[in-house]
Design a protein around this ligand. Structure first.
Ligand code: SAM
Length: 242
């Protein structure tokens, strides 16, 4: 990527873009199809969360979009309190409507940047951050957000991340980026591939999964695990000690 971090899309531009994307993020069966193995990654983080925290009372969905990940979790246990955070009110409204119909627990929505949201510390048994952290920018942003996720997690709670990722080694990155390009071409043709790559260039600043695993440990999490990695996508998570 050649666009410097300070020239990438602003938070307001990201919010506006996602206001227009509610339908694309409302398919519970496929998830977001620009991601390789989207449905599999969603299934894996949800099943891991349900297995690690079978008695979960509270879930936080960061960058919830239309609520797919929380909805999938509620298929396992339908009495969880759900806090939904997103920049986009249109996404939140859709997520609130779908999630409220699927849980007997309380549902709250927060229209906020995750870096600023006023949320209870040590409260969440499960935190999802699905396809959202690639909007973080510099090292301080990343480090601060992982620390935040740690503070918000209840003792024994877990955090689960799926995302577009880069790689430490530039040759490895080029190889896996090419594979991702071929995947996009096979689903929508060359023009589609170029459009998605253009979006990523302007709006996203992904980091390697290895960097994020280090940040999880640095923030204080234990039992850091990778669930899945295929080309430029990964699903991983960690538990906070009791
Ligand atoms: C690619 S969508 C993923 C939605 C959902 N997690 C899913 O997996 O279907 C990213 C979402 O994160 C939200 N978002 C981006 N940056 C954010 C931030 N800093 N704080 C809160 N939400 C953010 C966007 O508005 C968008 O709805």
């Amino acid at each position: 990527m050649s666009t410097p971090l300070n020239k990438k899309a602003t938070t307001e531009e990201i919010r506006k873009r996602f206001d227009e994307e509610v339908e694309r993020f409302s398919n519970l069966e496929t998830g977001q199809q620009t991601a390789v193995d989207a449905a599999l990654m969603m299934e894996l983080i949800v099943k891991a969360a349900a297995a690690c925290n079978p008695a979960a009372r509270a879930v936080l969905d960061i960058g919830c979009g239309a609520g797919n990940n929380t909805l999938k979790l509620l298929q396992h246990k339908n009495d969880i309190d759900c806090d939904l955070v997103d920049l986009s009110m249109k996404m939140l409204e859709r997520a609130f409507q779908r999630v409220s119909a699927a849980t007997s627990g309380a549902v709250r929505m927060f229209q906020s940047d995750i870096r600023e949201a006023d949320l209870p510390h040590g409260h969440y048994d499960i935190i999802f951050a699905a396809a959202v952290l690639h909007h973080l920018r510099d090292d301080d942003d990343w480090r601060g957000t992982f620390r935040r996720m740690y503070e918000l997690t209840a003792p024994g709670g877990t955090v689960w991340i799926t995302d577009l990722v880069f790689h430490e080694n530039k040759e490895v990155h080029a190889l896996l980026w090419e594979r991702y390009g071929k995947y996009l071409e096979s689903t929508g043709g060359e023009e589609y591939r170029d459009r998605i790559f253009d979006f990523i260039e302007k709006q996203d600043s992904p980091r390697p999964v290895t960097f994020q695993l280090d940040l999880l440990r640095e923030a204080g999490f234990a039992e850091v695990d990778v669930l899945h990695k295929n080309s430029c996508f990964a699903a991983f998570g960690a538990r906070k000690s009791k």
